[in-house]
Design a protein. Sequence first.
Length: 137
Amino acid sequence: MENDRGAMIRVGNREYEMLLTTRATKEIAKRYGGLEHLGDKLMKAENFELALDEVVWLITLLANQSTLVHNLLEPDHKRELLTEEAVELLTTPLDLSGYKAAIMEAMVKGTKRYVESEEEPSKNVLVGQATKSCLPD
């Protein structure tokens, strides 16, 4: 099922929807200085272990957002949060690299802006008139 807010991943035998919420954005900003620095920090990790730690942290953060939203809206049917340890034990490095697309999808959907452009006939007319008046007869 495609969601307009997030991206689905599977960790172990459970599906998680990764969401970029305001809360997750604040956590990313605390850790990396903002969303715009996230890619640089992940790519420039000093070593492979540190890079894996960062990816696991990000997956856990984004995957837990949907659980936190669910728990807020359904307090009588709370779900357990995903832990970094569970992500490490239930995934392989190959899985983690496959989650990159889901991370990007969640980030794009979380920051998507809808821009509408309207034609304004009055502007077109003014441009046309100005151009006409500037041309020699």
